[in-house]
Design a protein around this ligand. Structure first.
Ligand code: NDP
Length: 398
């Protein structure tokens, strides 16, 4: 396993992607790979963080809550781990030297720690799509300036990365979407959907925020934005197709009519292992694809009426980088209001859409411009969160 980096860090080790990363590292270590862990982070799940530290033996562990330093120290006592708390500790986890870092904190909270890794020119395995949706052009520019290698981990972007053999000969990209738990549901049924129903994804086991995003197809819209910034394609050159089996993870269409795709079982350890071993491939014990048993792969066009998030994200991408920042921030608020039982499922996209209109009215020009600094990104993010809170509050009271 000479191709594996010697030292790695995991931002968001207690989450779904974080745990899959931990599993890949344990698998490779079991085969004799020498992988040291510089730093790990968590939000507030101390038992899961302690378990990860026991298994990975990192040098440094950070928790998001600034008041959780004492309990975190207690939870990690005896493990020989230096402990930090609060945003500066998360950023320190990103900044500590490592060859490779997994960015798997959920939401815009992942941006600052990931940027700390980008600024030191690390190889950054990017699961957190919000970094790109929030601050796409600035984030890509910073990676170029600091020589940070971005390794896409989202399965669709990882697939494109794997088959992007001739970047200047690509006609278009097609992102596949599972369709989520409400692929065949009526609008009435979707209107009554509970958080647990929305999080019951038919193919992937993921955190609750991304699971709800998959149910609204906002996840696919955010991925469209992510793909546009990551691979430099305008939205009209990125198609979306529903593929319920989640076996083909995306397509790249070339100028000669050839279409390349990457296939695999829906198991995040596959793109994670690829990002970890890139440019090599490492042997990992993931479930192997059995096409004969599967029998058929099916595809269908997404239903724009039941899933307005797709058009919303296309419009945001056309409007510019501040609008994609605002969409992502407003969506975080709307999803959290839905998960807290305050608004209905169909109101998630309504909150996002109305927040865009409200922002445009209250501060004309704010979301029409491209932010030129991370401070401007933060200002748009905050304004969008404020507008979304007010709209979600009004809908909750109605
Ligand atoms: P989870 O909700 O399972 O995990 C999120 C992680 O972020 C946890 O470690 C959590 O800590 C931590 N966290 C939560 N809030 C904060 C905060 N405010 N500050 C610092 N850390 C925080 O999410 P997923 O693993 O599902 O997703 C992570 C990212 O990867 C998302 O951006 C998602 O879109 C993307 N992604 C996920 C995929 C998947 O299959 N799950 C596939 C492709 C992309 P704690 O546990 O302590 O709360």
């Amino acid at each position: 396993m000479t191709s594996s980096p010697r030292t790695v860090s995991i931002l968001g080790v207690t989450g779904s992607v974080g745990q899959s990363t931990l599993s890949v590292i344990e698998d490779l270590r079991g085969q004799g790979a020498e992988i040291e862990v510089a730093a790990v982070t968590a939000g507030g799940n101390l038992p899961a963080l302690a378990d990860a530290c026991r298994r990975l033996r990192p040098k440094f562990a950070a928790v998001a809550d600034p008041d959780a330093l004492a309990p975190a120290r207690e939870a990690l006592a005896g493990l020989g781990v230096e402990v930090g708390a609060g945003l500066s500790a998360l950023e320190e986890a990103g900044a500590r030297p490592s060859d490779w870092i997994m960015s798997a904190i959920v939401g815009a909270a992942g941006l600052a720690p990931t940027m700390a890794a980008v600024r030191r020119g690390a190889a950054v395995a990017l699961a957190n799509k919000e970094c790109l949706v929030c601050a796409g052009p600035l984030f890509i520019e910073a990676a170029k300036t600091h020589g940070a290698r971005l390794l896409p981990v989202d399965s669709e972007h990882n697939a494109i990365f794997q088959v992007m053999t001739h970047p200047d000969r690509v006609e278009k990209l097609t992102l596949t979407a599972s369709g989520g738990p409400f692929r065949s549901a009526t609008l009435e049924a979707m209107g009554r959907a509970t958080p647990d129903q929305a999080c019951a994804h038919p193919r992937w086991s993921m955190g609750r925020k991304i699971s709800v995003d998959s149910a609204t197809l906002m996840n696919k819209g955010l991925e469209l934005i992510e793909a546009s910034y990551l691979f430099g394609f305008p939205e009209e050159k990125i198609d979306i197709i529903v593929h319920p089996e989640s076996v083909v993870h995306s397509f790249v269409h070339y100028v000669d009519g050839s279409v390349l795709a990457q296939l695999g079982t829906p198991d995040m350890r596959i793109p994670i292992a690829y990002a970890l071993s890139w440019p090599d491939r490492a042997p990992v014990s993931t479930t192997r694809l059995d096409l004969a048993t599967l029998g058929a792969l099916t595809f269908e066009a997404p239903d724009a009426q039941r899933f307005p998030a797709l058009d919303l994200c296309r419009q945001a991408l056309r409007a510019g980088a501040a609008t994609t920042t605002a969409v992502s921030a407003a969506n975080e608020i709307a999803v959290s209001a839905f998960l807290d039982g305050k608004i209905g499922f169909l109101n998630i996209c309504r909150v996002v859409e109305e927040a865009m209109t409200a922002l445009d009215r209250s501060d004309p020009g704010l979301i029409a411009k491209s932010p030129t600094s991370f401070d401007q990104v933060a200002a748009v993010d905050q304004a969008a969160r404020g507008a979304a809170q007010r709209i979600a509050g009004r809908l909750a009271a109605a």
